[in-house]
Design a protein around this ligand. Structure first.
Ligand SMILES: Nc1ncnc2c1ncn2[C@@H]1O[C@H](COP(=O)(O)OP(=O)(O)O)[C@@H](O)[C@H]1O
Ligand SMILES: N[C@@H](CCOP(=O)(O)O)C(=O)O
Length: 322
């Protein structure tokens, strides 16, 4: 359960009184999430989500995240939108943290995605990329190639305590990616964390996307690689080509990939796998005392990385430039 910061009833009521949301009916911490403290807030106006921004979120990035949700929603993408208080402000402060109330999205995350889910996610990702094209703010990806070595440095000394040889594998991967990382690919706003817990479905239909707090400006194909890693592997970390093909097909039904993007996918998948292995490793080794959080397994991404190392080209995956 990701609740790093407690909120007293008194503070909550005073905070909500600044909005036109009526009275608080119930308020409880949410048993999912890793990054921020999230609460389900029911008022006489309906359900909302209250988020207190924690450790990785820099306050200067909040206008990007909040503006992006408003921008995407205005272009027809179903995502939460920040609620403004009576002073017209979306961003407030609660329990010493930056805090925002956003609209509640109906739907459920899928635990075991099918190829049809993967296709729908691919299409939604491409729609997000298209809808973000005219978003006026840029935000560099702090968790791309230049960010990985400093991240690794925070975990290197203890990595082999988590798995034999992990430090060496990460070191070699960093060196490989420093040489092989592509540049000049089509870029724009990417979600950068579109995992299964951040996509909602109602029945078979994709109903909405949440959690834009890693969103940034980077290569569109890198976002697709993040999704391939998150959605198209089975529990035993074997890659499911049917799901991967469905996801890429869904993406291309909205935004055709350029040949250079297809050719770069294997490297982007390696980079994305290393990125999530490293953030999970750092989190695994640094759970804040008293935090209610279930850190995610870094070794899942070590295994995905091992798969990608064995498969070198888009042709070997069965991904052909179309
Ligand atoms: N707008 C929303 N509507 C409905 N549920 C939400 C919404 N935002 C967050 N949640 C719930 O809260 C959980 C954690 O949110 P998330 O943004 O993924 O947190 P974190 O950024 O801390 O990882 C989600 O898995 C979902 O269950
Ligand atoms: N998706 C990341 C962790 C970030 O958590 P989220 O709840 O914001 O998706 C991972 O799986 O490592």
């Amino acid at each position: 359960m990701a609740v790093y910061t407690d909120v007293s009833d008194e503070d909550l009521r005073a905070f909500v009184a600044g909005y036109d949301l009526g009275d608080v009916l119930s308020f409880k911490g949410i048993a999912e999430g890793v990054e921020n403290s999230n609460f389900f807030l029911q008022t006489t106006s309906g359900p909302f989500i209250l988020t207190l921004y924690e450790r990785r979120v820099r306050e200067e990035d909040l206008p990007f995240f909040l503006g992006l949700m408003e921008h995407l929603s205005a272009r027809g993408l179903n995502c939460p939108v920040p609620v403004r208080n009576r002073a017209g402000m979306a961003l407030g402060r609660l329990a010493g943290r930056p805090a925002v109330i956003v609209t509640f999205l109906d739907g459920l995350a899928v635990k075991r995605p099918s190829a049809a889910h993967c296709r729908a996610v691919g299409a939604a990702l491409a729609r997000l990329h298209e809808a973000g094209r005219d978003f006026p703010i840029e935000r560099a990806n702090a968790l791309s190639l230049p960010g990985w070595a400093p991240l690794f440095a925070r975990a290197e000394a203890e990595a082999d305590r988590v798995a034999d040889g992990l430090a060496g594998r990460a070191r070699r991967e960093l060196a490989h990616l420093a040489d092989a990382w592509p540049s000049g690919l089509p870029s724009g706003v990417i979600h950068a964390d579109l995992f299964t817990d951040n996509v909602f479905f109602i029945g078979p239909e994709l109903s909405g996307l949440i959690d834009f707090y890693f969103a940034c400006t980077d290569a569109f194909a890198y976002d697709l690689a993040i999704c391939l890693n998150a959605w198209c592997f089975e529990a035993d970390c074997s890659f499911n080509l049917t799901k991967g093909t469905a996801m890429i097909g869904g993406y291309q039904s909205v935004r055709p990939l350029e040949p250079a993007e297809v050719a770069s996918l294997p490297t982007l998948c390696r980079g994305s796998a290393l990125r999530f292995m490293l953030t999970r490793l750092v989190d695994w080794l640094n759970v804040p005392p008293g935090a209610l959080v279930r850190p995610k397994d870094p070794l899942e991404y070590d295994r995905k990385l091992a798969f990608h190392r064995r498969v070198e080209t888009a042709r070997e995956y069965g991904w052909m430039a179309r």
